[in-house]
Design a protein around this ligand. Structure first.
Ligand code: NAP
Length: 294
């Protein structure tokens, strides 16, 4: 069994990006600039945004953080977005999700100029990705594909089962796994809460990508020997023995499933660090105009 080290892979990629940025600066170009809008004080969102700001420093990017309280109006966010869309100094930006209920998340996503949508959530980027055109790929699915590539895990002709059909993980990762590419070329099945006989389906899988948000959902009896497992789940489970009061739990019963695997990602330290890396990569692509020429 090989443990896929997402932290080390992400550190390697950030070093590669930092080297690219150094070359850009040496050529007299400006540093890539990523902006983030954060609403409220949700613990998870605070951590994600802090990690994104830290990753910008490591990569040599500029970063700007715009903060609002929970009761911010939709119009104020739309005004921020319009300003960032028009600011030639900002290469890409994100609005950290989830947003409070009184704000229409889809309206916010669609207000972002797709050429600056480095999270890859805008329908134009989603659509372009699904037909294999240059685009900003959604960060978590792109990070998963990068892990499969860097660990040389064969995907062509393999049976891949994706657990979950969300717009940010399940659907886009299924799309990428079925593309005529490497990694890709897999035969993909997507399972969700209405799937019947889910364990019979997972038992046939060569690759399982679990994105449910159900701690320990995938158990040893649901997988075949030699399977590759990418565990996207990150649920905060109360743990009084920790200073934070919680631990992060994946969707896989790691201790019992790992011995049956050829490859498996841990939680934390698997997919999570790669997601931030993909965001950095998209920002670099935005700054260089490699996806959408400026
Ligand atoms: P989501 O929007 O809540 O979607 C969960 C999906 O799982 C849904 O499609 C749902 O089915 C399906 N599901 C839930 N319970 C199920 C069950 N018992 N049987 C079969 N399917 C079931 O979640 P998400 O945003 O995709 O995130 C999934 C997990 O990944 C979460 O733990 C999240 O924190 C984590 N995540 C991690 C990263 C990272 O960077 N590491 C990034 C994004 C998300 P229905 O569609 O039928 O409801």
């Amino acid at each position: 069994m090989t443990l896929i080290d997402g932290k080390k892979t992400a550190d390697d990629i950030k070093r590669e990006i930092a080297a690219e940025v150094q070359k850009m600066v040496a050529r007299g170009l400006k540093r890539p600039h990523l902006a983030a809008i954060l609403v409220g004080h949700d613990g998870g969102s605070e951590t994600y945004v802090a990690n994104k700001v830290k990753a910008c420093e490591v990569c040599g990017f500029r970063s700007t953080l715009i903060r609002h309280e929970d009761d911010v109006s939709e119009q104020v966010l739309l005004d921020d977005i319009a300003r960032l869309n028009a600011d030639p100094d900002v290469d890409g930006f994100i609005v950290q999700l989830p947003l409070p209920r009184h704000i229409d998340e889809q309206k916010i996503i669609e207000a972002i100029d797709f050429r600056k949508d480095v999270d890859g959530f805008h329908p134009i980027n989603v659509g372009r990705m699904s037909i294999g055109l240059p685009c900003f790929k959604s960060a978590t699915p792109a990070g998963i594909i990068e892990l499969l590539a860097r660990y040389d895990i064969p995907t062509r002709g393999k049976r891949c089962v994706v657990l979950g059909r969300s717009n940010i993980v399940g659907k886009p990762v299924a799309t990428l796994m079925m593309q005529k590419s490497n990694p890709g070329d897999a035969t993909v099945t997507v399972c969700h809460s209405a799937t019947e006989g889910l364990a019979d389906i997972t038992r046939q899988a060569d690759i399982i990508i679990a994105a449910l948000g159900r701690p320990g959902f995938v158990t040893a009896d649901m997988v075949k020997d030699g399977v590759t497992i990418i565990d996207v789940g990150t649920t905060r489970v109360p743990d009084p023995s920790r200073k934070s009061g919680f631990r992060l739990s994946g969707d896989v019963d790691f201790d019992n499933v790992a011995p049956k695997c050829s490859f498996i990602t841990p939680v934390p330290g698997g997919v999570g660090p790669m997601t931030i890396c993909s965001l950095m990569k998209n920002t670099l692509l935005a700054a260089t105009g490699a996806v959408y020429p400026r």
